[in-house]
Design a protein around this ligand. Structure first.
Ligand code: PLP
Length: 354
């Protein structure tokens, strides 16, 4: 018996998410924070974690954390749900909104998990190319909404991998025109210094996603979904009861207790980003794009497959996006700490001078 035939076609036909697993000394490919916690602060966190009863299930739904983050984001408790990373929240949305003919709309290029999770969940994915400046092609998006009535539309704000925030007017027009849910994913929002959270008061079909993964706690897997209470109420039935483990709940509270430290790290990343952007722009044949995120998207006049493999041989991991079309010879580099940024620039220049 070929057991693969038991697996649904949508799953068999896709490759799954591929994170590069190879030895490295500098990791600038996954958009994580380059900063660990100061040792004393880390010890404080571990001390708090020591009090957790590992023999007991965690609090289902993490009510305390939910309440604290609701206050943090300035929304009511019943507007927020916590996920095992925002990936899980994307999965919950896709699972709750699927039907026999449902379409999920994404602009491309964007975060690949939208497509993977949507098709695994049984949706048909409609992809609309971004325009030449990587903003939303509003007419094309509106046409697609009129034609397919997508149950879900995912907009990454700022967008990965292109690093820009879409025009707010276009996002609002898409929310207005949609009969389905529009998800504005603000995974990188802290680096943009802007948010579309205020639009929630106007639109019941808008959902905002946030995460602690990009601001220093990627290992703890903590994401947030914020939306209209009746929607959150229904989505919460799809969430597994114990999705946020007890140690992650401690870490989430710790984040708010020490927000000054995390915000300081975010400011340092933004400062480092501007320097890295400037330095990349000075390299002949390298064309970085303006960025609102903790990474820089750039195109090259050279073969990026070669750049990627030489960087990897030198122990530096960045993302090679090279594929036919708009991503031809494009790469994405996560902002590292000062030494990492300098080392990356040094090795990149060495490769390009050869
Ligand atoms: C746009 C976007 N959304 C969501 C995620 C996933 O975040 P989390 O770690 O919270 O699952 C990522 C991770 O790279 C991302 O780029």
């Amino acid at each position: 018996m070929d057991v693969r035939t038991l697996i649904k076609k949508e799953v068999r036909e896709q490759e799954g998410y591929r994170a590069d697993i190879m030895p490295y000394r500098i990791r600038m490919d996954a958009n994580e924070s380059p900063f660990s916690l100061p040792p004393l602060i880390k010890r404080k966190l571990f001390k708090e974690m020591k009090n957790v009863f590992l023999n007991r299930y965690p609090e289902p739904g993490a009510p305390l954390i939910r309440k604290r983050f609701a206050e943090h984001y300035g929304v009511a408790d019943n507007m927020i749900m916590i996920g095992n990373g925002s990936d899980e929240l994307i999965q919950i949305l896709c699972a709750a909104l699927v039907n026999s003919s449902s379409v999920v709309l994404v602009p491309v290029p964007t975060f690949v998990m939208y497509r993977i999770i949507a098709s695994n969940s049984g949706h048909r994915v409609a992809a609309v190319p971004l325009n030449a400046s990587f903003d939303l092609d509003l007419d094309a998006m509106l046409n697609r909404i009129a034609k397919d009535a997508p149950v879900l539309t995912f907009l990454s704000y700022p967008n990965s991998p292109t690093s820009n925030c879409f025009s707010e007017k276009s996002v609002a027009a898409i929310v207005e025109a949609s009969t389905g849910i529009v998800v504005v994913d603000e995974a990188y929002g802290s680096f943009a210094g802007k948010t579309l959270l205020p639009l929630l008061t106007k639109y019941d079909n808008l959902v905002i996603l946030k995460t602690l993964s990009k601001v220093g706690l990627a290992a703890m897997r903590i994401g947030f979904l914020i939306g209209a209470p009746p929607l959150v109420h229904e989505l919460d039935k799809v969430r597994l009861p114990y999705n946020i483990n007890a140690l992650s709940q401690v870490a989430a509270g710790f984040y708010l207790d020490h927000i000054d430290i995390f915000s300081g790290q975010t400011r340092d990343i933004i400062e480092g980003r501007e320097k890295l952007l400037f330095a990349l722009g000075k390299i002949a044949g390298v064309h970085p794009y303006p960025t609102d995120a903790n990474f820089i998207f750039f195109s090259c006049d050279f073969d990026t497959d070669n750049i990627y493999s030489v960087l990897a041989q030198e122990g530096i991991l960045i993302k090679n996006l090279n594929s036919p079309g708009v991503l031809k010879n494009c790469m994405r580099v996560t902002v590292g700490n000062r030494e990492e940024n300098q080392e990356f620039l040094k090795v990149l220049k060495k490769i390009l001078l050869k």
